[in-house]
Design a binder for this molecule. Sequence first.
Ligand code: 5GP
Length: 114
Amino acid sequence: MVSKTIFQKIIDRELPAEILFEDEQCIIIKDINPVAPVHVLVIPKKPILRVEEASTEDAKLLGHLLLCAKNFAKREGLKNGFRIVINNGKDALESVPHLHIHLIAGKPMQWPPC
Ligand code: 5GP
């Protein structure tokens, strides 16, 4: 049996996390190691490994994750903007193999990111 990721354990309430939002398709949690005043993760309950592994049947879910991210930003009053990041694979420093969207905000950021 493949072992569960940290995020699957959080979804299944086997590990603690600060859950800021939940619906039938996803959760939003605070990142344990924030890089900005606001740093949350939008995580689908469906355990898609990474965006590369998503299929056309996941199109609605992927859209839902983005809408949940922007709704969160609106609820939090992030009027100066926010950044959305998905790390996919080794070069991008993906560290948890369960698709997640980083939503980062609360300070001016730099570009390019690398
Ligand atoms: P990745 O590098 O895969 O794009 O992002 C994984 C993110 O998950 C990192 O920003 C990391 O700080 C966060 N993270 C790792 N373990 C935990 C955990 O146990 N709880 C929470 N809330 N975040 C975690």
